[in-house]
Write a protein that binds this ligand. Sequence first.
Ligand code: AMP
Length: 190
Amino acid sequence: MLSSLVLCQPHAFFFCRVSVIQRASGKWRGAAERLLFPERNFSSCSYSETRRFFNVRAQNNEEENALSVAASVDTGAPTIFDKIIKKEIPSTVVYEDDKVLAFRDISPQAPVHIVLIPKIRDGLTQLSKADERHKDILGHLMYTTGVIAKQEGIEEGYRVVINNGPTACQSVYHLHLHILGGRQLKWPPG
Ligand code: AMP
């Protein structure tokens, strides 16, 4: 117990330092970075290089997390979304018609984050599996994003995302569109 505490200390210290920097704002942030990471010699780095150091770290963590959930491959097996469609597990449904279902993402990446799916998967485990016969449902999904955006009051600006395959960190193999909004979104995305 004591040995693991001792071993964890450098990591805990590192995360404390990063956390302090993340909480600091404006000029204090630069000062905190120089004070807490003197070994990085930020004074010889440009502001953007310093920023990149922290952004890359954050991005690496994000990618690691995303890749760990995206480790699953497209086996065509039923997914959690089947259970949501059958109402076997709870979800917060925001829109439903005979073809599609939209519900709030369980791990929202923006104040408004909705997942829109076709009720019948019909081979559409991912977008790249789309066939001629899917044109209608794909059109309906795209059209419905606008209906939902209006309903959510984000029609002024929102983003529609489809993660396709492991490289794009898709984690659920039932085609779905993410509708994100309610805050200023950044570009390029990660
Ligand atoms: P992707 O990573 O593009 O495959 O997106 C799958 C999304 O489904 C992720 O954003 C998850 O947070 C979301 N998700 C997974 N399970 C649930 C659930 N039970 N209810 C709502 N959203 C979910």
